[in-house]
Write a protein that binds this ligand. Structure first.
Ligand code: BEZ
Ligand code: FE
Length: 292
């Protein structure tokens, strides 16, 4: 290693230290990362003060993380990195349903539910009836697909954000299974747009840039079926004020859905005559075959 380093030659010197990596991908990733990181540093002529600030910021991002709070993932989300990784492998625009962000509110221990059941848990709100089909790209039903769904309440809070109020119960989330026609359906409450957490270091970035922290109203889905690629996606409300201002860039044109308003007195999709206003969402998801 040369000890006559310059602000240019140091890049190659650092890159060479990865030559011995057994894993070629590790070598490629770090060599390229060092090139871009050094190029960035030279381009903006990063000052020592800014470097200290950046280290302090990253330290605080780490300290903000808990098993239910993923500040590093949020940093990736607000910088568009999470969606970029998804777009590279799932550019979308084809016949299969676009994928998008998982987000931090998916919970593995969610309850299973029968089609048609009410998954709202203890939570009150405007009833929402979700009726969907899952098809393959030839239009055939995907039978026995496992469908995770989760969403916020009518004030924009997920169950995991209000465990005191819910006495540690999970709500507004379930694992369903498609029937012989590829259908799944459930009742819940209508969600609302909500801000990503801004009380941690990522909030500082949003405020510094005068960026909106809001995510438009949406319902998450994670579909698995034998022989098909898993699909992580969400449906976003078409008339949401934040539709084109999502703080984490997760909206895809093909995932914009009508959340249809119905007045009290109308009949819900499950045949119930409703004595209060309600909403309905209908959608067809198309899965990609695993070998496609
Ligand atoms: C969500 O949709 O649940 C979400 C995604 C990214 C950051 C925060 C929330
Ligand atoms: Fe969400």
């Amino acid at each position: 290693m040369s000890i006559d380093l310059t602000a240019i030659s140091i890049t190659e010197e650092v890159q060479k230290t990865f030559d011995g990596a057994e894993d070629e991908r590790v070598k490629e990733l770090f060599t390229c990362l060092v090139r871009h990181l050094h190029e960035f540093t030279r381009e903006v002529r990063l000052t020592s003060e800014e470097w200290f600030k950046a280290m302090d910021f990253l330290e605080r991002v780490g300290k903000t993380c808990t098993p239910t709070r993923q500040e590093f993932v949020l940093l990736s989300d607000i910088l568009g990195l999470s969606v970029l990784v998804d777009l590279i492998y799932h550019p979308g625009g084809g016949s299969v349903t676009d994928s998008t962000l998982l987000g931090p509110f998916y919970v593995e221990g969610r309850p299973t539910a029968k089609n048609g059941s009410d998954i709202s848990g203890e939570v009150e709100g405007t009833p929402m009836f979700v009726n969907c089909r899952v098809l393959d790209s030839d239009g055939n039903p995907v039978v026995n697909a496992k469908v995770d769904t989760w969403h916020s309440d009518g004030e924009g809070f997920y169950d995991v954000q209000m465990q005191d109020k819910l006495h540690n119960h999970l709500a507004m989330r379930a694992l369903l299974t498609t029937d012989a026609e590829g259908r799944f359906w459930y009742r819940s409450v209508t969600p609302l747009y909500y801000p990503v957490p801004t009380d941690g270091p990522c909030g500082e970035i949003l405020r510094a840039a005068k960026r909106s922290p809001m995510r438009p109203e949406h319902v998450h889905f994670w579909l698995h079926a034998d022989g098909f690629e898993p699909l992580i996606t969400m449906l976003v409300r078409s008339d949401d004020p934040y539709l084109e201002h999502d703080a984490v860039f997760g909206v895809r044109r093909n995932l914009v859905a009508d959340f249809v308003h119905h007045d009290a007195g109308e009949t819900a999709p499950d045949g119930t005559r409703m004595n209060e206003p309600f909403q309905t969402v209908e959608w067809t998801f198309v899965l990609s075959r695993a070998e496609d």
